[in-house]
Design a protein around this ligand. Structure first.
Ligand code: SD4
Length: 327
């Protein structure tokens, strides 16, 4: 099976040791010794165009910043990019022509915030963070999420660009709903960051499947589906056809498998196989991306074509994910 050289050879260069006393980082990975755990601060994100997002996040980590700020600022890059038609401003609309956004965020203490079916706000991830930090709740949806955002000073904006409006117009001619693997929906961003304190946080944001039914919410804002982080173990995020991820609570599954001792790679493969066993997997794409507390990364997808970006130094790198189907 797929193995990345770097999984095993944790390079001394760029690694940091963290003693057991100062963090829970080592608890499950090195439970038999008091030796400090070596980890590599790192940022990873789904899909190669998001390398610009990992760079922004990495600069925060490199400066000694908190992983939470890194993931929030990082995913804001595609959120405000009109060329990215799967996230935020410029996202493809639902069948009624509404751009509706889903996003969630998790911090190193197990706190979570999420918005779904949010319209007219460019940075849903920032609203999700405010839900986490400034309300007693985890998820706000639709009008309630919008009113909350407005009360916090977010501006109401039109997010439907001419380009996405045109594509929607074209779609209306046939009204055929079929996600196109790796093309139509390929830039949803799920990001995980491990900071210099050894703390991990994650964020996920999307405009969801193009031309979805009005009111449809995918996996991306659902804690445990599109994203899950447990700072004792690691984190995982998902991309692709959200319905398949929701039915298997995929990101939670990946983290739980890592807790049981699987590598991030093994955990991602197992989570994909759960979908392959029960669902019509040939018709859609799913990609998982995971990182454990050492900074070891794994990824796996159904169809070839899923990739991810990684920053742990000045230059970012793109890695191709191995896939269940090899075409
Ligand atoms: C969704 N999982 O709304 C998202 C779409 C996605 O890459 O990830 N696209 O189902």
């Amino acid at each position: 099976m797929f193995s990345r050289r770097k999984f095993l050879t944790q390079s001394a260069l760029g690694s940091i040791s963290l003693s057991l006393g100062t963090s829970c980082a080592a608890k499950d990975n090195e439970s038999t010794s008091d030796a400090p755990i070596k980890f590599t601060p790192k940022v990873i994100a789904t899909w190669n165009p998001n390398i610009t997002a990992t760079k922004v996040a990495w600069e925060i980590i490199e400066a000694g910043g908190r992983a939470l700020d890194a993931v929030e600022q990082g995913v804001m890059v595609p959120e405000e990019n009109p060329e990215d038609q799967s996230v935020g401003y410029g996202g493809r609309p639902d069948r009624e022509g509404n751009v509706t956004l889903d996003a969630c965020i998790m911090d190193e203490n197990g706190n979570a915030g999420s918005v779904c079916f949010l319209q007219n706000i460019k940075h849903p991830i920032a609203v999700a963070r405010k839900v986490m930090e400034e309300t007693p709740h985890v998820i706000l949806a639709g009008e309630g999420a919008l009113n909350f955002a407005l009360s916090k000073g977010f501006k109401k904006e039109n997010l439907l660009t001419d380009k996405s409006k045109k594509e929607w117009g074209k779609w209306l001619e046939e009204k055929k709903y079929k996600p196109i693997i790796n093309v139509e929906n390929h830039d949803t961003i799920g990001m995980l960051a491990l900071d210099k304190n050894g703390d991990m946080c994650g964020a996920c944001t999307t405009s969801g499947l193009a031309f979805k039914m009005q009111g449809r919410v995918g996996d991306s804002p659902i804690i445990g589906a599109g994203l899950f982080v447990d700072n004792e173990i690691g984190g995982a995020t998902a991309t692709g056809m959200g319905e398949a991820v929701l039915k298997t609570l995929g990101s939670f599954l990946v983290v739980e498998l890592m807790r049981q001792g699987r590598t991030p790679q093994e955990a991602c493969e197992e989570a994909v196989m759960r979908i392959v066993k029960k669902q019509k997997y040939k018709d859609f794409q799913i990609g998982y991306l995971a990182m454990n507390k050492k900074g070891e990364v794994g990824s796996y997808c159904i169809h070839a074509g899923f990739d991810y970006a990684e920053h742990k130094g000045k230059e970012g790198e793109i890695f191709k994910s191995d896939s269940y189907l090899k075409e």
